[in-house]
Design a protein around this ligand. Sequence first.
Ligand SMILES: *Cc1c(COP(=O)(O)O)cnc(C)c1O
Length: 354
Amino acid sequence: MTAVTDIKIVKATTSKLKDVKIENVPFGKYFTDHMLEADYINGEWKNVTIKPYQTLTIEPAMASLHYGQAIFEGIKAYKDPNGNAYIFRPKDNFKRFNISAERMQMPTVPEEIFMNGMQKLIDLDKDWIPAIAEHSLYIRPFMFSTDNLIGVRPSDTYKFMIILSPAGPYYNVPIKIYVEEKYTRAAPGGVGFSKNAGNYGGSMYATALARKSGYDQVLWTDAFEHKTLQEVGTMNVFFIIDNTAVTPSLEDGTILAGVTRDSAITVLKEMGLKIEERKITIDELIEDHKAGKLKEVFGTGTAATISLIKELKYKDYIMTFNVDEWKVSKELKERIDGIRYGKVKDNYGWMFKV
Ligand SMILES: *Cc1c(COP(=O)(O)O)cnc(C)c1O
């Protein structure tokens, strides 16, 4: 890869921040004053620019609109009690971004664009990081193909961008989950482990059906028998069974390797729980529920951190939980958020200073 030249910065002349009630923002609706943009042309990343947030002009023939070479990441930045800005584990997202890129036959993005670009962008817009509990600045890096050509082949040109959005709590209430028995999100050999746009496009129909019957999200199951549990909507899933935290293993390539999942595993170990990353079926879960061993169920993801699951429905078997009695998931959230908001010492090197 050729050396990337400097990141050009064009500053916005005024800030939109004064028009946004930052303590009360809906998730993903408002964007900060600046964005980063870079173009992949003739095998090189060029035109790396931070500039005022603005519309893009595209041609109707732009390939990603038709054939879906489009990937993204989700990261969060926080303020510590002294007002210093930190990003949570961005290098892990950088690595995962390039894993997604490779699977989608897209070029990888060099660390100096992804990491330095993100750091410079956030530094410029750091007044947008809310210094409020449960709030943060959501960082959305993404890449899409830009060839203007109707023909199925990998594009020669791409755009990499980063946009920022102030965020309040994502799912602030315990959620109800529908265990999927018909539709499939990902199969072995597919693209389930990559954070690509199409995975979400393909999931919306089943999710809409679940919503119609009163559920918030789908818990995906394997493509063959719809028995082996995968993940929930935008989150990985954990089951506390007696004193063991069980989470589906990654070896099939059907599950997104969440950074929050990895953080949860680390912190749960520290809390003294046994961790099992393995195959787990709905039948096993129902047995454990009947035996009174299934104590807590929660999702993990950057948007929500830890999302308590108060109900799981599989066919006509409904498991309901009294989340007020739960201890593990609440302590886990407190510990992870403590590190994120700079209130607890970061022993893992997770916080990246802006
Ligand atoms: C992003 C994402 C997650 C959560 O990953 P984090 O790195 O923890 O944010 C889980 N599942 C899917 C399908 C995702 O796209």
